[in-house]
Write a protein that binds this ligand. Structure first.
Ligand code: FAD
Length: 366
């Protein structure tokens, strides 16, 4: 049987793949997305949907911070064009858990302010005026006014509609098991047959179905628990907390419920929920929010964040070929989606990677 022809093949229909597909379709091309599971069925819909540059970048990660800020700034326009993606420009809080955490957090606030972020330090009493449900043990925290969050499921749904409307296609349950380079094209081998593509953009996050990549992806498992909201509007914005002994966690309000996260464990492809992981999430959340003791657990799940060894994004092109790789979005793929969507489209069409994404350009084998 002759191979079916495709101009732009995107392998992987998660955050990166759907973002790039929409941008290509919007520019008048007809991309086809090959997704092994349901679209968004990898890390995308496992995520909490926070758009939180201030709290994600470490002091030494300036290019990543700049990219995250630029991407977050694109969200209002994306939300206006896509429709209801659950976009909430609520700001985000980050809490100190003990007096010992205060100097570190205040240093972060100074760093974030120096990068132009609108972040302010708040002492415990003024913080509790805004967040009366906080434990009296919390000594203070910071508030980043420009942060936001979205619903990953609504974002996925709106992107699928927009891709289809603009003439693109998403093939669910169509894993690509092997990409074979030919002269001037590629053959994509799937259980549903072979497709021939002029350009291939590989956005698989953590690859499955035996697909081999020319670099290593480190899966970082995140366990998550959704619980009832004690009252409507109980939590007005995402709250994050970190302490060296206590660990890391966050609570993110969604429509009618709260997501509690999230562990960061390197356990290969294992997406199991564990007693220790769930216990840590609940213990930390309960320490901060005593009201949660009586609420019902609604759902628990785990997802795999795709990370490079350096924990930064990876954008690579096979030498001399129209084969592109987008990976390493780790814990920020929802936040980075607009910048990746627009930037990778430009890269693939013009051959030039936009400046904000150039620090993540990497070399891979042919
Ligand atoms: C618990 C958790 C919480 C998170 N919270 C946030 C957050 O609050 N904010 C934020 O910005 N980010 C968050 N993230 C990170 C974000 O979800 C990821 O960075 C993002 O989803 C990565 O996008 P991706 O497209 O590279 O991978 P994915 O979204 O995983 O998409 C890759 C897709 O490729 C498919 N695929 C794999 N192999 C093949 C194959 N051989 N053929 C075809 N398809 C294939 C997969 O099925 C998958 O659907 C979180 C992640 C987790 C796990």
């Amino acid at each position: 049987m002759p191979a079916k022809g495709v101009d732009y093949a995107i392998v992987g229909g998660g955050a990166a793949g759907l973002g790039v597909a929409w941008q290509l379709a919007r520019a008048g091309y007809s991309p086809v997305v090959f997704e092994a599971r349901e679209p968004g069925g990898g890390a995308m819909t496992a995520s909490a949907g926070m758009l939180s540059p201030a709290y994600e970048a470490e002091f030494e990660e300036l290019p990543l911070l700049r990219a995250m800020i630029a991407s977050r700034e694109r969200y209002p326009a994306w939300a206006a064009e896509l429709g209801d993606i659950g976009y909430e420009p609520s700001g985000t809080y980050e809490l100190a858990l003990t007096r010992e955490d205060v100097p570190y957090l205040q240093r972060r606030v100074a760093f974030e302010q120096a990068q132009g972020l609108k972040v302010e330090w708040m002492e415990g009493p003024s913080l509790r005026k805004r967040l009366p449900m906080l434990s009296p043990r919390v000594p203070g925290g910071s508030f980043a006014r420009d942060e936001a969050h979205v619903s990953p499921e609504l974002l996925r749904d709106r992107l699928l509609e927009a891709i289809q409307r603009a003439g693109g296609q998403v093939l669910a349950h169509t894993p690509v098991r092997h990409i074979e380079a030919r002269t001037g094209s590629f053959l994509l081998h799937t259980p549903a047959g072979t497709y021939e593509a002029g350009t291939v953009i590989v956005c698989v996050g953590v690859p499955i179905e035996g697909l081999e990549l020319p670099f290593r992806v480190y899966p970082v498992r995140g366990q998550m628990v959704a619980v009832e909201s004690p009252r409507p509007g109980w939590l007005p914005a995402p709250v994050r907390y970190y302490n060296r002994n206590f660990g890391y966690g966050y609570a993110v309000p969604k429509r009618g419920y709260i997501i509690l996260g999230g562990t960061a464990e390197e356990k290969g492809l294992d997406t199991a929920l564990t007693v220790g992981g769930v216990m840590d999430i609940l213990r930390r959340a309960y320490y901060i929010f005593p009201d949660l003791y009586e609420v019902r657990i609604l759902r628990m799940w785990a997802g795999l964040r795709p990370s490079t060894a350096e924990r930064v994004p990876l954008l690579a092109q096979a030498p001399g070929q129209r084969l592109f790789y987008v990976n390493g979005l780790y814990r920020n793929g929802i936040l980075l989606l607009p910048l990746i969507g627009e930037g990778v489209k430009e890269w693939v069409l013009s051959g030039t990677l936009p400046e904000l994404l150039r620090p993540f350009q990497a070399a891979v084998g042919g």
